[in-house]
Ligand binder design. Structure first.
Ligand SMILES: C[S@@+](CC[C@H](N)C(=O)[O-])C[C@H]1O[C@@H](n2cnc3c(N)ncnc32)[C@H](O)[C@@H]1O
Length: 261
């Protein structure tokens, strides 16, 4: 009887240690109620055990493995690892809510602090008209619009699915000061005349190629937040400051470069 009691009372501690071991070893993000696990980081581990551990430890309903993020729409390849297969979720960030489908739209919850920082910079600048050239489901646009409803935010997005969620998130967050433009930024800006006080260019692989287009939507004094990938601090004409946002690969980072026109 006594032996049985001792065995039972030690069992949960043993189990918890295993959970912590697994959670400590893997890299994952939580978007809404979905855990997204870096597939490379769990090679060699039992995928089912990883999923079961996360499902039993965190307030989530699904676990997906994340492979390559590719293509013009920057959508991640997902592999179902456990729980519900539904990829639609509601994510809360910076007092905003974002509905999105993690299998069809780019979204990185690790940029929450960066988005709040950019909003503060826009506030310091007193920018009234803001252009978000690669808006996705709207995490920059909606936060900036919500923090000051007298601002006007132009949000451009090419992925029709991301655009659907962008419109939905405008509604959910009650921000009537976001103007959504669906299409390629080159086509939209060829027909729409937008003169912005601040411009966000969050497309790190290729944003630099769109800088001449951003300059056409600027006036002297416009501040551009250009995201780019580089091993060293970037050197771009008009750069006022550059800040490492996060690591991208060993020795390479994503930078936010502030360019003053
Ligand atoms: C890196 S994601 C950033 C999305 C959003 N700003 C965020 O922080 O979640 C870049 C977005 O730009 C969109 N995109 C890529 N090329 C585009 C283009 N030429 N015109 C408009 N949107 C584009 C992609 O579909 C994607 O949603």
């Amino acid at each position: 009887m006594d032996g049985d009691f001792v065995w039972k009372s030690f069992q949960p501690i043993k189990k918890r240690k295993t959970h912590l071991d697994i959670i400590g070893r893997i890299s994952f993000d939580i978007v809404g109620d979905i855990a997204l696990v870096d597939l490379k980081a769990i090679s060699g581990l039992d995928r089912k055990e990883v999923a079961d551990t996360l499902l039993s430890t965190l307030p989530i309903r699904s676990v997906f493995g994340v492979g390559e993020v590719s293509g013009e729409f920057r959508v991640a390849q997902l592999v179902h690892l456990g729980g519900s297969r539904n990829t639609l979720t509601l994510h809360k960030e910076n007092k905003c809510v974002f509905e999105l489908d993690v299998a069809r739209v780019y979204f990185n919850p690790r940029l929450a602090t960066e988005r709040a920082r950019v909003e503060r910079r826009i506030s310091q600048e007193g920018a009234r008209v803001i252009l978000d050239m690669f808006a996705g489901a709207g995490p920059f646009s909606i936060l900036i619009a919500k923090m000051d409803k007298t601002r006007v935010v132009h949000a451009i997005e090419k992925n029709p699915v991301a655009c659907h969620f962008l419109r939905r998130n405008v509604e959910l967050n009650k921000v009537s000061n976001v103007i959504v433009h669906e299409g390629d930024v080159r086509d939209i800006l060829a027909t729409q005349k937008i003169e912005a006080d601040a411009i966000i260019m969050n497309l790190p692989h290729t944003a630099i190629n769109f800088l001449p287009l951003a300059l056409k939507c600027s006036h002297p004094g416009t501040l551009i937040f250009l995201y780019t990938i580089s091993a060293d601090e970037p050197d771009i004409q008009g750069m006022e400051r550059a800040r490492k946002v996060k690591s991208y690969a060993p020795g390479v980072s994503i930078w936010c470069v502030e360019v003053r026109v």
